[in-house]
Design a protein around this ligand. Structure first.
Ligand code: B12
Ligand code: SF4
Length: 517
């Protein structure tokens, strides 16, 4: 049977990294089937094109996975596939919580023939076999013989054949430049950001988060050896292609068990399996100097930190009191000293937020080393403790907000400001951080570091913006490049003057240092 695994975009913006679940399920598919992967973020498709695709390619089963904000598009695509006479199975965090919605048991239309609840590593082979036999059930739950939920141990972990998979759609670099880029330095013909997991689960249980409910509060890890082998395979592939690879360790808290993370990073270094990597780690775990040393030595470049708020009262409200805003600056400096930078994520519209929260947050951010600040709005995701609290308090204004995805729109009323005020705050956050002037200043603030770091900051800011704002089309990219031309030309001039390892002239660095003081 030919199986299509499809991950939709949210219809407005696009991610720059493929989704792990597709590669994982492909690796777990019983032999004898052909599995095709399409990520709507890399290969945009609409309802007509997916229907045409399944007909023309003789697809027998379509698997669709989606987060809540992609679910409206996912349902539309599923409807088109089913109308073309092909069965659809859906999985992922949203349908796990809202299975009745996907199956049309809540009074709405049916979108999926079957739903896979929770982690599908063990149920997927059964789903495929049932689909072949024509005996697909409505619901597949990961349970043991006694009906108790069973989570995959991740040991052993399936081998994802990175050396063989067609990854053409996931090259971040424009096709037209590939022949030229292939010859630059160690080769830049391809650049791919690949998701790798080293463990699942998070015990923290922050109120707004899906993870603890979905993956559980006990953590399961892969063996160090299996992670190291995967990195070595990825590295080999990049080398063969004359390209580059970066890894996003998608664990929710990559250093949740510091001892184990250190041992993994040591093994990566010992095996010479270092690649540039990004991971999510909460600020409290980055107090450990040795951990930060190992992060830098093993290839860590960007750490995603869910800071959420600079207000301890807000953090306590959402059960994230382990975040201490007073130590954010120290943590970020500790990383920056080792040339590791941070993606700092904030949520506005929390219950103790008042108008002006964006400017107060930006004021703090400006005192930190440059990074990638991102701003979201407090969003009640289905089945989270936050959703239940707001629902019980009658505060949800759009209880089924996912049925129509509107970027940056609240679905409940915050306590100390209006919905419109919260929307204004998030706009201020983005506009002040990603205006051409702000990007220029961020790049300038690392003038004392080699040019490569400045280019890194520029590219990361331009790309990251694209996850949240429509930017992936050629025209939108061109616009972003034109707007930031001053910074780009400056870097090109510096590159011609001194090569990739050159710092900018000391005067500029001094001026920036003075301005920061
Ligand atoms: C990596 C990641 C991202 C990446 C992009 C996604 C990517 N390319 O992988 C980035 C950083 C860009 C990102 C952004 C965002 N993310 Co995110 N992200 C994740 C993260 C950390 C890992 C995803 C992953 O690969 N997990 C591991 C795989 C194995 O698990 P899985 O995807 O759930 O798949 C398993 C099952 O669900 C199931 N399954 C999944 N799909 C399918 C399909 C079929 C057919 C079947 C049978 C089974 C199945 O089988 C898989 C194996 O067991 C998750 C948290 C997490 N641990 O999952 C959050 C998560 C998915 N993100 C979340 C959110 C909210 C966001 C943002 C909105 C955050 C924000 N406010 O900015 C943005 C949205 C971006 C956008 N464009 O709209 C939420 C989604 C909650 C929800 N109910 O939708 C999560 C769960 C985190 C959270 N805190 O709650 N994210
Ligand atoms: S620490 Fe991160 S992954 Fe864990 S519950 Fe909190 S927000 Fe979710």
């Amino acid at each position: 049977m030919k199986i299509l695994l499809y991950n939709p975009d949210n219809g407005v913006t696009r991610n720059f990294m493929p989704h792990l679940w597709m590669f994982l399920l492909r690796a777990l598919t019983p032999p004898g089937h052909e599995v095709i992967l399409i990520d709507g973020n890399a290969q945009p498709m609409d309802e007509q094109s997916i229907a045409r695709y399944v007909r023309e390619h003789g697809i027998g089963l379509v698997g669709i996975g989606a987060m809540t904000r992609m679910i409206a598009k996912a349902y539309r695509m599923a409807d088109a596939v089913r109308a073309a006479g092909v069965k659809v199975v859906m999985g992922g965090p949203h349908v796990t919580e809202m299975a009745d919605e996907a199956l049309g048991r809540d009074g709405g239309a049916r979108h999926a023939d079957a739903v896979a609840l929770g982690e599908a590593d063990e149920t997927w082979p059964r789903i495929v076999e049932d689909a072949v036999r024509g005996t697909l059930k409505d619901v597949y739950a990961p349970v043991d013989g006694f009906g108790q939920e069973r989570k995959p141990s991740l040991q052993p972990y399936p081998e994802i054949p990175w050396d063989k998979i067609d990854l053409k759609q996931f090259n971040v670099l424009p096709g037209i430049l590939q022949p030229l880029l292939k010859r630059v330095g160690a080769g830049w013909g391809t650049f791919r950001i690949i998701p790798v997991e080293s463990g699942r689960g998070c015990p923290y249980g922050c109120e707004f988060c899906t993870v603890t409910g979905f993956f559980g509060d006990s953590i399961r890890f892969r063996s160090n050896e299996s992670v190291v082998d995967e990195l070595l395979r990825l590295k080999a592939r990049a080398r063969e292609e004359g390209g580059q690879i970066a890894v996003f360790f998608i664990d929710d808290n990559f250093a949740i068990n510091v001892k184990r993370t250190k041992s993994l990073l040591r093994d990566i270094i010992a095996a010479n399996a270092q690649v540039h990597w990004v991971a999510q780690i909460s600020a409290n775990l980055l107090r450990d100097e040795e951990l930060v040393d190992l992060i830098a030595a093993s290839g860590g470049k960007w750490i995603f930190i869910g800071m959420e708020s600079i207000d301890p009262a807000n953090l306590a409200d959402v059960k994230k009191g382990f975040n201490k805003p007073g130590e954010y600056a120290v943590v970020l400096d500790r990383l920056a000293q080792r040339n590791v930078f941070a993606i700092t994520s904030f949520i506005f519209g929390m219950d103790n937020d008042t108008p002006g929260v964006a400017e107060r947050t930006l004021k703090e951010i400006r005192t930190w080393p440059p990074g990638l600040p991102i701003f979201g709005l407090m969003t009640p995701l289905p089945a989270t403790p936050l959703y239940k609290r707001l629902e019980a308090a009658g505060r949800l204004t759009r209880p089924k907000h996912w049925q129509e995805f509107i970027p940056f729109a609240m679905a409940h009323t915050p306590l100390k400001m209006s919905i419109e005020e919260a929307h204004t705050e998030v706009r201020i956050g983005w506009a002040s951080s990603y205006s051409p002037e702000a990007i220029g200043k961020a790049v300038e603030s690392v003038n004392h570091k080699p040019l490569g770091y400045r280019i890194n900051i520029l590219i990361a800011r331009l790309c990251f913006r694209g996850i949240y704002f429509p930017q992936m089309g050629r025209f939108a990219w061109l616009k972003a490049i034109l707007e930031n031309r001053r910074t780009i030309f400056k870097l090109i001039r510096q590159g011609f003057a001194g090569g990739l390892h050159a710092a900018a002239p000391p005067i500029a660095a001094r001026a920036v240092a003075e301005r920061r003081n």
